[in-house]
Design a protein around this ligand. Structure first.
Ligand SMILES: NC(=O)C1=CN([C@@H]2O[C@H](COP(=O)(O)OP(=O)(O)OC[C@H]3O[C@@H](n4cnc5c(N)ncnc54)[C@H](OP(=O)(O)O)[C@@H]3O)[C@@H](O)[C@H]2O)C=CC1
Ligand SMILES: CC(=O)[C@](C)(O)C(=O)O
Length: 334
């Protein structure tokens, strides 16, 4: 049974009097920095000169400085810049600034697990990985709620690494929902797998395939959008709040029978076989090698694929229909 920590298991006072440097102010960075600040923790944001985020962080009332300076003044350094730039930024601006007894933190284990960052022996190395997009980490904290997270210790120099990491998790609101103790390997491999076959990749392909099949068959794109995408959120909310069975309980008998008999024809044995292959690519480092090389080559495939996603017909239909629902918060895509 997993060890799960909640608010009562974490002592925020362990972070009081310490300075936390949040490197990066993007999806996770802005959420962690603002949540920690609102939890009474001394936070400084580390960015590069000319960063688009610099002004935004200052407007949010945070102290901002260069990565190098933030690290040199900090007791805790949380790396919240893209995984692909972390190794070079770490080598140039972080490694030298780490002092004995500092804690180096991550929100995803990729660079430690695949050996892209090798921290010095005299620091704690931990991870607090929210199981949520950063914007929701912030939104839930502001609503007095929290998102669950994973916590892991890669290196425990101080003997108190886990307690300090849990204090951090409490500072960003995650112990309100539960923080499961894991390892860098388990977090990295399960996170990569989930975002590839389910959360992002799998769901996006399922939605687009459903939409395209209906539109190709001559149905109105708006109807296809509501069926394939909009209603999915409502169904997933049921699953999120009560489990898959609660969703079955709530939908009609016709949807139950059709879903239970046809769903397994869509996610069939060959799909499951492909999932196992994808997991193997993650476990052997094949995916990591491909992603590192893609970045070294200037992201040719990444950029093309992202452009195709942005220009998919469902985006135009969705934008038009969502305009009619001003209560949909969305996120700032700038
Ligand atoms: N996105 C998510 O919801 C989740 C992410 N994670 C993990 O959190 C970490 C951060 O991811 P995420 O928040 O998505 O990252 P983002 O892509 O949102 O980070 C962008 C931020 O990093 C800054 N940045 C980019 N390059 C550099 C650089 N060379 N030096 C300093 N700052 C730089 C950007 O500045 P500028 O604005 O100027 O470009 C911006 O402030 C990753 O390890 C990721 O795996 C974990 C869980 C969920
Ligand atoms: C939100 C999350 O944890 C993801 C999808 O794995 C990620 O953005 O890295």
């Amino acid at each position: 049974m997993a060890k799960i920590y909640y608010d009562g298991d974490a002592d925020l006072n362990l972070l009081k009097g310490k300075q936390v440097a949040v490197i990066g102010y993007g999806s996770q960075g802005h959420a962690h920095a603002l949540n920690l600040r609102d939890s009474g923790i001394d936070v400084v944001v580390g960015l590069y000169e000319g960063s688009r985020s610099w002004k935004r962080a200052e407007e949010d009332g945070l102290k901002v400085t260069t990565v190098e300076k933030a690290v040199s003044e900090a007791d805790v350094v949380m790396m919240l810049i893209p995984d692909t730039v972390q190794p070079s930024v770490y080598r140039k601006y972080v490694h030298e600034g780490l002092e004995e007894g500092n804690m180096l933190m991550f929100a995803h284990g990729f660079n430690i697990h695949y050996g892209q960052i090798i921290p010095p022996s005299y620091v704690d190395v931990t991870m607090v990985a929210p199981k949520s997009p950063g914007h929701i980490v912030r939104r839930m904290y502001q609503e007095g709620k929290g998102v669950p997270a994973l916590v892991a210790v890669h290196q425990d120099y101080s003997g108190k690494a886990l307690d300090l990491a849990l204090a951090y998790a409490k500072g960003i609101g995650c112990t309100r929902a539960g923080v499961i103790e894991t390892t860098f390997r388990e977090e990295t491999e399960t996170d990569l797998f989930g975002e590839q076959v389910d959360l992002c990749g799998g769901v996006a392909e399922l939605i687009k395939a459903t939409f395209e099949t209906l539109v190709e068959a001559g149905y109105q794109p708006e109807v296809a959008y509501f069926e394939a995408l909009h209603e999915l959120k409502l169904i997933v909310d049921l699953i999120y709040e009560g489990g898959i069975y609660a969703m079955w309980y709530s939908v009609s008998d016709t949807a139950k029978y059709g879903g239970m008999t046809r769903g397994r024809r869509v996610i069939n044995e060959s799909v499951r076989e492909e999932m196992r292959k994808i997991l193997k690519e993650i476990q052997t480092g094949e995916f990591a090698r491909e992603w590192i090389l893609e970045n070294m080559a200037g992201r040719p495939s990444y950029s093309k694929l992202l452009e195709m996603e942005k220009n998919h017909p469902i985006e135009e239909v969705g934008k038009r229909l969502r305009k009619m629902m001003p209560w949909l918060k969305g996120i700032d895509l700038e």
